[in-house]
Design a protein around this ligand. Structure first.
Ligand code: IPE
Ligand code: IPE
Ligand code: MG
Length: 257
């Protein structure tokens, strides 16, 4: 096939990870209390999940609540927990219909029993869906993830199942929350801030980072397309030189011609 102007399939991220930020500011801009921003943020989640399915993105990981978000005023934390529970119960049939497999990462034992049960029910009910894997990071922290992996490894060494020398990056990776999924190709943070805020620290090592001023409740399919277009322009080198990467791409182009 002759070269076309269509970007190669590899130019689309397989795994997209998003820090959904700016709900509070969205509400404040409208002289509304913060909860209005969070409620609107849930609508944006629905919109973006569907847009990702349409674009063939295989995995979408969303940062919903960080391990540091407990520091917010109790009323806001309570509201967010209620919103999680309501949304999860309300969305389950839509998830099924759209063949979304939902999964949670983070320390869920801190949640109320009702929320833990809803999480478990949603994961079980959607386990065999194949359109997209939606990972919700809730009470998640990148440092927590690394620490729990280290703890598991230490336990295994103590039990004589592993020697310290056998601890490699691969072994470490296997004990992290996203061990069975490819690392994110593209990271998006909405709401202007340019920081990771303890999201996927280990897994973002070679992820392309994209920051936008758009506030999460306003984020839509066109914004997603802009981020994907920026991603398609990046050259991922993984430590190699640009020339090396171009050579491999040339060979691959030749093969598919
Ligand atoms: C992100 O929006 C949602 C959560 C962290 C739960 P924020 O609530 O952080 O919104 P801003 O940053 O205050 O605008
Ligand atoms: C990051 O947003 C966490 C989530 C979006 C869930 P924050 O709004 O909590 O991050 P900081 O505090 O501005 O770094
Ligand atoms: Mg914020």
């Amino acid at each position: 096939m002759a070269a076309t102007s269509n970007p190669p399939a590899a130019a689309m991220p397989r795994h997209l990870a998003i820090i959904m930020d700016g709900n509070g500011r969205w509400a404040r801009q409208r002289f509304l209390p913060r909860p209005f921003g969070h409620r609107e943020g849930v609508k944006a989640v629905r919109r973006v999940v569907n847009a990702c399915v349409d674009r063939g993105i295989e995995i979408l990981t969303l940062f919903a609540f960080s391990s540091e978000n407990w520091r917010r005023p109790a009323w806001e934390v309570n509201l967010l927990m209620k919103l999680f529970l309501i949304s999860l119960r309300r969305e389950i049939s839509a998830l099924q219909q759209n063949k979304v497999r939902i999964r949670f990462i983070g320390e869920r034992s801190a949640f109320a029993d009702s929320l833990q049960a809803a999480i478990h029910a949603a994961e079980t009910a959607t386990a065999n869906n194949t359109a997209i894997t939606l990972v919700i990071a809730a009470n998640y922290g990148g440092r927590w993830d690394i620490v729990q992996a280290a703890r598991q490894l230490a336990r295994e060494v103590q039990q004589g199942l592993l020697t310290p020398e056998q601890i490699t990056a691969e072994q470490f990776d296997r004990r992290l929350s996203l061990h069975d999924l490819p690392e994110p190709d593209l990271f998006i943070r909405t709401g202007s801030e340019q920081r990771i805020s303890n999201f996927l620290l280990w897994q973002l090592a070679y992820t392309e980072l994209y920051f936008t001023d758009r506030l999460w409740p306003d984020f839509d399919a066109a914004d997603l397309d802009r981020a994907c277009a920026a991603f398609a322009q990046r050259q991922r080198r993984f430590g190699q030189t640009g020339e090396q990467v171009e050579q491999v791409e040339q060979v691959e182009r030749g093969r598919s011609a």
